[in-house]
Design a binder for this molecule. Structure first.
Ligand code: BES
Ligand code: MN
Ligand code: ZN
Length: 497
């Protein structure tokens, strides 16, 4: 899809479809009011007849209205006037994208960004329109054999431009959406395609696509050399060799980097502590953290952001096998800390701890890990918020802020010392599980033992990275918007000081 800015008015717009907002109680947006006036009250009559109530996400496609240049007018409900919420706007744009794509219109102009959302700018609405449109039109097809291309898909969307920030907002939205769709595609691929080796190849591809990105891959022998006994112990039960992927995006000379560490478990069967078979297929999504790192690197490289970001992806499978970790086994991590593996299904932390220790070598300004780490976070926060824990409140606040700004929200859980004793082990320095209580917090406590040398935050995305079950099953591309926003805010803050 391509995005443009226009200075047309809705009546004279020579596009295939103009899209305008209507509200509950028959209120018209400014552009809908202009169309109404030029069409001799045509729009108002339809509303008075009750064909559209203005409820968020309702649509009505009209054709050949006298006095209007464009052959189609799409009315989109946006909720209560001046009270449209972010969720209302999301519903409205999702509906718009679907209807436009099926309408036969190749080009359209959206006048929905003129509506009022409290504390959101017009730029924000344009950016969000692009992100939601791209997300709505994303379709997974890679492993389907009969894919019929859409007859007349929508290819161009324009925005009315009365301020020069609009074009940049569309570009930012496009880069974020492309990053999200890359993350979704990698995540949706099955475990027998998307292996650690496949992820490594994709990272190499990203390095070829952008000359600002340099990819390096470590194999198991090289990880052995570094002493990554914890990561390698997880991989030992799998026929697929583990990879440690590094994607280095350099946009700011030799500034200290932000390091993003993404869990890349391409299939989590649980190991010897085997998971139940119910919905086990969804454990192909246990690499969504790594996918969000790929997506974020792609977005910031497309935007040429002036910042240095290093993506580190430990990638492995977790399988039951004669050579797999057994409950009670003790392994030695790269940091030298010994770990008693009481549950082989708590494997994410075992691969992340070595990747976190590895990150020290980049002298990071901050480190953020992103992981589908615990089922407990789904119980606590559902699919709305990503779990956030940090060893620095300033960093936590910045991530909470970025979550609100991007509407890809996080919620903080405590990382108090009080929880640390749950990780005590009789036989090693630390156990890999902390009992029934506060499962997401104790998982973060485990990681915190390996992050003492830097400012660090942990994002548990087990509830937000994909939608489970039946028809809706699929990756969401979260938290790419959050991460890109966090980096954008960081650049803006640096420019201020
Ligand atoms: N990848 C899972 C976490 C997970 C479970 C994400 C379900 C999404 C849905 C992780 O490796 C895991 O198995 N965690 C265990 C930890 C437990 C053994 C302490 C969990 O959450 O059950
Ligand atoms: Mn697991
Ligand atoms: Zn896992």
């Amino acid at each position: 899809m391509q995005y443009f800015v226009t200075t047309n008015t809705p009546v004279a717009d020579e596009t295939d479809c103009v899209v305008v907002a209507v509200f509950e109680q028959g209120d018209l947006s400014p552009s809908a009011a202009i169309l109404n006036e030029k069409s001799n009250n045509h729009i108002q009559k339809i509303i008075d007849r009750g064909d559209i109530t203005g409820k968020a996400g309702q649509t009505l496609l009209l054709h050949d209205i006298d006095g209007v240049t464009s052959p189609r007018v799409l009315l989109v409900g946006c909720g209560k006037k001046d009270k449209t919420s972010e969720n209302d706007f999301n519903s409205a744009i999702t509906a718009m994208a679907k209807v436009l794509n099926d309408s036969g219109a190749r080009e359209a102009s959206s006048y929905l960004a003129e509506i009022h959302l409290s504390s959101r700018t017009k730029s924000w609405l344009v950016r969000q329109t692009v992100i939601i449109t791209e997300s709505t039109l994303y379709k997974y097809t890679q492993t389907k054999s009969d894919v019929k291309p859409q007859d007349k898909p929508l290819t161009n969307l324009s925005f009315f431009d009365d301020d020069d920030k609009i074009e940049q907002a569309a570009l930012t939205g496009h880069a974020i959406a492309t990053g999200m769709n890359l993350a979704r595609e990698l995540s949706n691929l099955p475990g027998n395609v998307c292996t650690p080796t496949y992820l490594a190849e994709q990272a190499t591809q990203l390095g070829k696509q952008f000359d600002t990105v340099t990819t390096t891959i470590l194999d198991e022998a090289e990880m052995e050399e570094l002493g990554m006994g914890s990561l390698l112990s997880v991989s030992r039960g799998s026929r697929q060799p583990a990879k440690l992927i590094t994607m280095n995006y350099q946009g700011a000379g030799d500034d200290r980097p932000v390091v993003l560490v993404g869990k890349g478990l391409t299939f989590d069967a649980g190991g010897i502590s085997l998971k139940p078979s119910q919905a086990m297929d969804e454990m192909k999504y246990d690499m969504c953290g790594s996918a969000s790192v790929f997506g974020t690197i792609s977005a910031i490289a497309e935007l040429k952001l002036p910042i240095n970001v290093i993506g580190v992806v430990p990638s492995s499978e977790n399988m039951p096998d004669g050579d797999a970790n057994k409950p009670g086994d003790i392994v030695t991590s790269m940091a030298g800390i010994t770990i008693e593996i009481l549950n082989t299904d708590a494997e994410g932390r075992l691969i992340l701890c070595d990747a976190l220790t590895y990150s020290e070598r980049f002298s990071p300004e901050i480190v953020i890990d992103i992981a589908t780490l615990t089922g407990a976070i789904i119980v606590a926060l559902g699919s709305q918020a990503t779990g956030l824990m940090a060893n620095d409140q300033g960093l936590a606040d910045a991530l909470l802020q970025a979550g609100n700004d991007s509407y890809d929200r996080t919620w903080q859980l405590p990382l108090w010392d009080d929880y640390q004793q749950q990780m005590d082990s009789n036989f090693a320095d630390i156990a890999n599980i902390g009992g029934k209580e506060a499962g997401s917090v104790t998982a973060a406590c485990f990681l915190s033992r390996f992050t003492e040398k830097f400012t660090w935050a942990h994002l548990d995305i087990a509830g937000t990275a994909w939608k489970g079950g039946g028809k809706a099953k699929g990756a969401t591309g979260r938290p790419v918007p959050l991460l890109v926003q966090f980096l954008l805010n960081r650049i803006a803050d640096k420019n201020k000081s």
